[in-house]
Design a protein. Structure first.
Length: 308
């Protein structure tokens, strides 16, 4: 299992490194990367989420227990971050990256490990976790960007950004298609699946292309702060929630896994789009992913003992 988790991380690191190498060597014109980021954020990632939520079998899954554990853990953590901001005094854009680095998760990596842990049941549980967390995390991050980003939004603008966020709309559309029994028609399903499958490689290449190695030294404190919350505080809160509400077995394992995952490549795309510190965000994603090489195998051992 540990060997499988390490193998699951290698493609992620390889894609980030490939994007960085392409940018440094000017393999592609600089104008390519902003357009690729836009394509990923508005088309490819939404397709991935629509496919995942529209095609998942919901019957028999403990959604009513998973939702408060997942949602409560993220909301409590985000609220604590806002309160702690007064002490650490990160500038606004940097704080948005700290928040994203603390509560976002790499769902591609999570799905890969969920399959290793629980097979097809892991796929269903991972999709439910995405359906619960993606809208919540995007709403919270949009609110933080509205208050602290370099492109501040009014209340009306914040509401509009939440309601028009492509990731939130995609999850909502997928859930509606699922609950109504409509699903995705055969021809459309293949198209949506193909678009969604392209989001992982392109998104991670964009992360690598946006990485500024020289900025890592200047960002040690916010990266360490976000990573401590991501790898220690948030999963510990999830474990406490599982024990409190009696969630056990594979559902509990998936909850803890997704709360402890390194932050997602979509965090960088959102930072670029909404006025965050994209350099800090790219550094956080990369360093958390590298840290995950050493952290996740131990987490998997904890999960298997915790959910046995």
């Amino acid at each position: 299992m540990i060997a499988h988790s390490l193998l699951a991380l290698l493609p992620v690191l390889g894609l980030i490194g490939g994007g960085f190498a392409m940018k440094v060597r000017t393999f592609l014109k600089p104008e390519f990367w902003p357009q690729a980021e836009k394509l990923c954020y508005f088309v490819l990632l939404p397709a991935l989420f629509i496919n995942g939520t529209a095609t998942t079998e919901l019957a028999g899954l403990p959604i009513g227990t998973m939702a408060p554990v997942l949602g409560g853990s993220v909301i409590v953590t985000a609220a604590a971050l806002v309160l702690a901001q007064r002490r650490f005094r990160f500038d606004g854009p940097a704080f948005t990256s700290v928040v994203q680095g603390s509560i976002r998760f790499n769902n591609y990596l999570g799905l890969s490990i969920a399959v290793i842990l629980y097979g097809q049941q892991g796929v269903a549980l991972a999709a439910i976790t995405n359906a619960i967390l993606v809208p919540l995390v995007n709403v919270l991050c949009t609110i933080v960007f509205a208050r602290h980003g370099s492109k501040p939004l009014s209340v009306r603008g914040t509401f509009r950004n939440i309601c028009t966020n492509p990731l939130i709309l995609a999850c909502a559309a997928g859930i509606v298609l699922n609950l109504t029994g409509l699903g995705l028609p055969a021809g459309i399903a293949e198209l949506v699946r193909a678009l969604g499958s392209a989001s992982l490689p392109l998104g991670l290449l964009c992360v690598g292309a946006g990485l500024q190695v020289n900025s890592i030294g200047r960002n040690v404190l916010p990266i360490a702060y976000a990573s401590a919350i991501k790898f220690l505080v948030l999963p510990a809160t999830g474990v406490a929630g599982c024990l409190l509400l009696g969630l056990a077995g594979p559902p509990a394992g998936i909850v803890v896994l997704f709360l402890a995952l390194p932050t997602a490549s979509s965090a960088y795309v959102m930072a670029k789009a909404l006025g965050g510190d994209s350099s800090l965000m790219a550094s956080t994603i990369t360093l958390q992913t590298i840290t995950g090489v050493f952290y996740l195998p131990g987490l998997l051992l904890l999960i298997t003992s915790f959910t046995a």
